[in-house]
Design a protein around this ligand. Sequence first.
Ligand code: SF4
Length: 326
Amino acid sequence: MQTDSALLSVRELVVRYRVNGSRRELLTAVNGVSFDIHAGSIFGLVGESGSGKTSLAHSIMQLTLPTSGEVQFHGKNLAHMKGSDLKKMRRNIQLAFQDPLASLSPRRSIQQSLIEPLDHFRIDAPEQRRARACRALETVGLEADVLLRFPHELSGGQRQRVALARALVTEPELIIADESVSSMDVSVQARIIELILNLRQQLGIAFLFIAHDLAVIQQLADHVGVMYLGKMIEIAPADRLFRQAAHPYTRALLEAVPVPDPAHGKPVALQGEVPSALTPPAGCVFHTRCPRVEDRCRVLDPLSNQINESGEKRTSHHVKCHLWNP
Ligand code: SF4
């Protein structure tokens, strides 16, 4: 799946945590995940809570070190970067945190929060940094007077815009937006989605956009990856995935998307709970909830298959399910 032009390449990434400091008890949060993000594109990552999305984002940022596998940025393994290369990478990949109220210091004004990364990366002369912070706020549709305010004085939508401005201020090539619109009402959500699409179009910024809601992903992603219990179980160009989802889990997520037409009836809720990542099911990890389960699913872990024969690497559709094994 390697492509020369990928901005970010994740290869067979595994992230394990020790449980309560134990050497024996390990929780596998991310289990052999691979995908590419290309410059100026939006990769939507979807899955229920506990699927490993945030662990994956943190390991891409090297906030959590991967247990194995690689993250490459412009073809260079992040784990091998040091000194100025590492600093440059950190400037070029920014994270917009899930909860801006928790990630922005309550004691710092918005100006201080926006200037802090500029100080850290020594971007511009100190006297020019306020102007740059102002421009970042303007880009996300906020007035300069927000600079002097504190996070608790802003609405949820404004705070999310500030979180994006803080990610933008270093002029990154990639922003990881983790559940950036999840807690918002639909109208604020729509404005943030529009903003992200504009940032991609005007500034050419690529996004890894993480959400648990496929309806949100559908509005902005070029490619979609679906995670379940640490595994990437389906990955495809967005238009193909929304037309021809192949994995029973992805189909269940799609059926759960509300449609504003009474003739469609109520969305179908997924049955059962996500199993614990500490004791994942044998065989296919989805078999305890799958409506299409067969005997082999309970013992054999399905391989990832490319199911569109003509797909180039950028347009290929991969699925991990025995129903699609040749
Ligand atoms: Fe369902 Fe079996 Fe496919 Fe898993 S491998 S998704 S249990 S049909």
